[in-house]
Design a protein around this ligand. Structure first.
Ligand code: AGP
Length: 609
């Protein structure tokens, strides 16, 4: 996730305005920033690594000439957060300049093709193929107007993008386009703006117009023109007035980042399928050859590791050890060695306990692999191979979208390993692959249909002094994560156990009306889970089930339930099953008027041990 903004102004200089608009988009990424303007047929460009204020202090982003310009604030996905990878990116001639938010899936093939045609690349980004490809189209069709050259070029791109481009030889236009990454126009009295998000231009205008997938926009002194990229049809669309405050706009109209990020999960999950195959293959090769594998993480990331340990063993027949990073050195610091492989998982890539565990393992010559949402973090720098989880910045302290993104990448790794190790039939793998790809839609359905019910259940049980979370098999990990979310944002004491363990002690806490949340995926644990539910009911517990929509047996036993669509393969179940638990925790927090985005005593990134 990055932020793009640009403007076509009537009189003023564009750069200072782009600079201040990018500041309002900084929540979308802050690895680097850049602005390009156009004046008297020349492109002027400044960019730098770091947060906007730091870069501005060094290179003054405001003094570029011209009333037309484009800008970008970056959240690194392809290529480290370095100056060289900062946007805008240009073609070989420096006449075409592009900013981009999204992921170009086929960039590797395009890059090789363009390099063979003599193009020189300066960055490691996927974006840089766009200006070079435009340059190539222009060479072949020099008579076409720039917008048509861009339109032709876009037909070759696969993946997600919101782009904006300027061309020094047609200096009176900006061409923008959208596919699966947000793009919105702002229509003001002093000019037209394009942006990733409304807050970027909200102090300038409240008249906004959303661009849809597959659309191209041409901004000129006469206004805007929208076309369908494939059919070339002109699209008539008028702006609407938005009545958001700036604070609401940053949260896209949601009251809190936590609920915004819960709602973003269909999109962030889709992004996890745009991972570079090459890295998934490389990492699964390392895992396949490993003698012993530790899955090391803290908090929510640890729960992703716990789920992954079931995925790896059940699918790929590969045993792994999930370990709390804070315990790793005590437990394995002496035994970890050259034959050990560490797969560290961390949203921030900066968690002190995770880094310390990894550093210890590295000193003892272990192989370090990692999964993180923050390219350029300490973890990426000390890993042999890392994969970015592509969830974009997560602002709420409670991890939600980064958890499901981690799970999706881990499931893809497990599937690759299963294939490599030949333990699972091709038809079974095909079914799982297909189900995995359906998850964004499934999650979308859950978020849309279960929110109101989660709110009612939260209200009904808000006075509970204690809650239980139980799950069996891979759902143990889901139950652990559901409980962490509730503790974190609603501060309700709650206990979690694998369902089978409950009768070895925790059941002594059960008394009349105590709510017990069961995560009930439909697999071979189903019968035992039903017995566990009966044990709890017999002692007066109230059962809240997270269940599949057609699981009438569970629904009949439960006092309340939240449901997910049917036929979810058990191995993928933590992704959909955790969504109702995230919603429940969020609404519980609201019951007590807690701000779920900033829970007491917690920090987003825990950089002390
Ligand atoms: C999750 O909601 C928490 N904020 C916390 O447990 C977090 O997952 C943990 O601190 C690990 O962070 P990391 O993924 O950035 O390493």
């Amino acid at each position: 996730m990055c932020g793009i903004f640009g403007c076509f102004l009537k009189n003023e200089n564009a750069a200072p305005l782009i600079h201040s608009a990018l500041k309002r988009l900084e929540y979308r990424g802050y690895d680097s920033v850049g602005i390009a303007t156009i004046s008297n047929g020349t492109i002027f460009l400044k960019k730098g690594q770091g947060k906007i204020d730091e870069v501005h202090k060094n290179i003054n982003l405001n003094d570029l000439p011209g009333n037309i310009g484009i800008g970008h604030t970056r959240w690194a996905t392809h290529g480290a957060p370095l100056q060289v990878n900062s946007h805008p990116h240009s073609d070989c001639t420096g006449k075409i300049t592009v900013v981009h938010n999204g992921i170009i899936e086929n960039f590797n093939d395009l890059k090789i093709e363009l390099q063979n045609l003599g193009h020189t690349f300066t960055s490691k980004t996927d974006t840089e193929v766009i200006p070079h490809l435009i340059e190539e189209t222009l060479k072949n069709k020099p008579d076409l107007p720039f917008e048509e050259v861009v339109q032709e070029t876009l037909k070759r791109l696969e993946g997600s993008y919101a782009i904006a481009t300027i061309f020094s030889q047609e200096p009176n236009k900006i061409v923008c386009a959208r596919n699966e990454s947000p793009l919105v126009l702002g229509i003001g009295d002093n000019g037209i703006y394009f942006a990733s998000d409304i807050p970027a231009f909200l102090p300038l205008t409240t008249r906004a117009l959303h661009i849809d997938n597959g659309e191209l926009v041409i901004l000129t002194a006469d206004g805007y023109k929208i076309k369908n990229i494939q059919t070339n049809q002109t699209i008539e669309r008028l702006p609407e007035t938005v009545d958001w405050t700036s604070d609401m706009a940053v949260k896209d109209g949601y009251p809190h980042f936590m609920i915004k990020e819960i709602h973003e999960q269909p999109e962030t999950l889709r992004n996890t399928f745009r991972l570079q195959e090459h890295y998934l293959d490389l990492m699964s090769t390392f895992l396949d050859r490993a003698t012993e594998i530790f899955l090391v993480a803290c908090g929510t990331s640890y729960h992703a590791c716990l789920a992954a340990s079931y995925m790896f063993s059940k699918l790929a027949f590969l045993p792994t050890y999930p370990v709390y990073a804070s315990e790793f050195i005590e437990q394995y610091g002496k035994s970890v060695n050259i034959d050990s492989t560490i797969l560290a998982v961390s949203q921030s890539g900066e968690t002190a306990d995770t880094i310390a565990a990894v550093a210890t393992a590295q000193q003892r010559a272990a192989t370090i692999l990692s999964l993180t949402n923050t390219i350029g973090s300490t973890l990426t720098r000390i890993s042999r191979v890392y994969i970015g989880t592509q969830a974009g910045p997560e602002i709420s302290v409670a991890a939600t979208k980064t958890f499901t993104s981690q799970l999706s990448v881990l499931a893809q790794l497990a599937l690759r390993l299963a294939k490599k190790r030949g333990k699972v039939s091709q038809s079974e793998i095909d079914i799982l692959d297909a189900q995995l790809e359906k998850l964004p839609d499934i999650v979308d359905t859950i978020v849309k249909t279960q929110q109101e019910k989660a709110k009612q259940i939260a209200h009904k049980y808000a006075n509970s002094k204690l809650l239980f979370f139980l799950g069996k098999g891979i759902s143990t990990a889901t139950a652990f994560e559901g409980r962490l979310k509730l503790l974190e944002v609603a501060y309700i004491p709650s206990v979690v156990f694998p369902a089978g363990e409950s009768k070895h002690g925790p059941i002594s806490l059960i008394e009349q009306d105590l709510p017990v949340i069961f995560v009930c995926q439909k697999d071979d644990t189903h019968k035992t889970v039903i017995s566990n539910i009966m044990e709890m009911k017999a002692r007066g517990a109230k059962i809240i089930a997270i269940t599949e929509e057609d699981d009438h047996e569970i629904k009949n036993l439960a006092d309340d339930y939240l449901e997910v669509p049917k036929n979810i393969p058990s191995i993928l179940s933590p992704i959909p099953f955790v969504i109702p638990l995230q919603l429940l925790a969020y609404h519980m927090a609201l019951e007590f008027n807690h701000n779920p985005d900033t829970p007491r005593n917690l920090a987003k990134s825990v950089t002390v041990r």
